[in-house]
Write a protein that binds this ligand. Structure first.
Ligand SMILES: NC(=O)c1ccc[n+]([C@@H]2O[C@H](COP(=O)([O-])OP(=O)(O)OC[C@H]3O[C@@H](n4cnc5c(N)ncnc54)[C@H](O)[C@@H]3O)[C@@H](O)[C@H]2O)c1
Length: 259
């Protein structure tokens, strides 16, 4: 397991399937964790799980799509835990809609949370790393959808392609002091995946389980990822073990995408 003793991490979407696993992975590696989520209860639960692993943790209500709240949340986290040096952006939303039915409202919401929200959280963290001359590390959660496109979540795929691009640019802008990477999960066993397949099953007539089996059948390793399998790659990218890795987007998709 990687070691993150003495580090303080800020995690968005910390109450969701992947975010919660990231909070646990970082806490298990010894980092103190600030758990931020739109949902106060989810952020609190996630912080409580980190404390059970023996580290300090704080909970923060934050809507990442409203950048004016980000600095305040980071100040609060730094006051409670100490100077931040790690960041993981896991907040994200998805709505299923055929490409020709996609509305402007949905486009703006998805890009507001997934792309704008990710960028401004990373920017605000990086400003602090620079000001404190901290060797900070950042990881954003993108998606394989951002590489190859999707017919019924076009806005989502665009937002994740944007995250991959943000990571490339910030890695250049912040080198050599700060490393910035992304993970691109394929299909992960979380509430988001269940929601997608509930929607698709209404369209296709398949049950939710049949719809999930259909996608799982296309994954070379034969299963969805667990949130923990995504979180362990994020913890690695945030650790010294990934000391020469920056600007990369690493697929964690069981071979579904190979580029
Ligand atoms: N589940 C998958 O198969 C999968 C695949 C690829 C990428 N991803 C990405 O992984 C990330 C986590 O997804 P998940 O599967 O854990 O989903 P999830 O729905 O379980 O968790 C998402 C979390 O983000 C929070 N959130 C939503 N909007 C927010 C906002 N405006 N501000 C702050 N928090 C907000 C939610 O409250 C929730 O806790 C997302 O970026 C998602 O796009 C997921």
């Amino acid at each position: 397991m990687v070691g993150l003793d003495g580090r303080n991490a800020f995690v968005t979407g910390a109450g969701g399937g992947i975010g919660r696993a990231v909070v646990r992975a970082l806490a298990a590696a010894g980092a103190n964790v600030a758990a931020a989520d739109l949902s106060e209860a989810a952020a609190e639960d996630s912080a409580a799980e980190a404390r059970e692993l023996g580290v300090a943790a704080s909970a923060h209500v934050l809507d990442v799509s409203r950048p004016d709240g980000i600095a305040e949340a980071l100040d609060d986290a730094a006051e409670r835990l100490g100077e931040l040096s790690l960041g993981a952006t896991c907040a994200g939303v998805i709505e299923v809609a055929a490409a020709l039915e996609l509305s402007e409202r949905q486009w703006d919401r998805t890009l507001g949370v997934n792309l704008k929200g990710t960028f401004f959280v990373l920017q605000e963290l990086a400003r602090r790393f620079r000001a404190g001359r901290t060797d900070g590390r950042l990881v954003a959660v993108a998606s394989v959808a951002g590489r190859s496109g999707r017919t019924d979540v076009v806005d989502y795929a665009v937002s994740k392609a944007g995250v991959i691009s943000v990571v490339r640019s910030l890695a250049l802008a912040l080198a050599p002091g700060v490393r910035v990477n992304a993970v691109c999960p394929g299909v992960v066993d979380t509430p988001m995946t269940e929601a997608i397949h509930s929607h698709r099953s209404a369209e296709t007539g398949l049950t939710v389980q049949e719809s999930m089996n259909e996608i799982t059948g296309r994954i070379p390793l034969g299963a969805m990822a667990t949130p923990e399998q995504v979180a362990s790659v994020i913890a690695f990218l945030l650790s010294d073990e990934a000391g020469h890795v920056t600007g990369q987007s690493i697929n964690v998709c069981g071979g579904l995408e190979r580029d």
